[in-house]
Design a protein around this ligand. Sequence first.
Ligand SMILES: [Ca+2]
Length: 349
Amino acid sequence: MSNLITALAVVVLLAGCAQTPPVVPAQPAPEGDRGAVPVIFDTDLGYDCDDAGALAVLHALADRGEANILATMTVVGDPHSAGALDVINTYYGRPDIPVGAYQGERWADAHPYWLEPDTGFLEALVTEYKSDIKSKSGAPDSVSLYREVLAGQEDASVTVVAVGFLQNLANLLRSPADRYSPLPGRELVARKVKRLVVMGGRYPTDPELLDFNLSDGPYQDGRTAQAVIEAWPTEIMFSGSEIGDDIFTGSRLYASLPANPVAKAYDLYPGTNSLGERQSWDLTAVLYAVRPNAELWNVRGDRHLEISADGTHAWLAGAVTPRRAFLVERASPERVKNTLDALLAQAPR
Ligand SMILES: [Ca+2]
């Protein structure tokens, strides 16, 4: 039984008690459950440098034997986003990690949001660093790649961590049987995916729509986010933007310039602070995905999740929404920062 389900069960069991604890500490993993976590990383790399930082953290964890990176997927329409993923994978000595790209049109052409502001780091990565993917057309369709990768994994084993918009996952859920699996998408996910970690939302409520990934807007798609969250057949753990807000990381990257493309992304991104640091929204989601038992956060799964197409979302009193929970700060931001900065500074193996 997973620890999230255990935590949820504890909450449910305690629901009738007078002294119901508001949050439940994550439970230590059993000894046999500490192998490398198989992970698919799904990102909107191009809008913000923290996506690059998150992938760096994932590689550093893989170098430590804690993660097995099955695939990297981009939902961004910029033709260089897939190439930039491959650049980072290559820098970390894993040039053969498959890269999938969203093949839709809306975000690709009508709203080049990744140019607001125009950081130029995607193009810089692809032109200045080694990669064998030079354009979007060089990467396969993300849905086909998801299906191929998932079909080859053990049942209930895969962690998907989504740190951008959810269009890839929406298309995966809707996908029909193909040469990789006779199962339609939702059933394939139900069979193979243990947990989806979503960086998005602001909890317990976000009445001002301050969140980015799950909201609706000129280039966002709140309806798709809502559809994925409602239909996803296994656990979803939400890492809300309030988790990464106070954790600034990246200052230790610059010592690895110019060789390190992740350092380059941070260097070119205009939104870092005076120390060259950026908030760690996507990095914390990856850290939780690989180390769900690290006791850095508490898990809250005792509420009813309401999410609407405009991006409004709230955890309310009422019937508990099964298999959905969100992280609550437990360790100090300083402690998480130190962990992430050490991973970012870790040289490729
Ligand atoms: Ca992101």
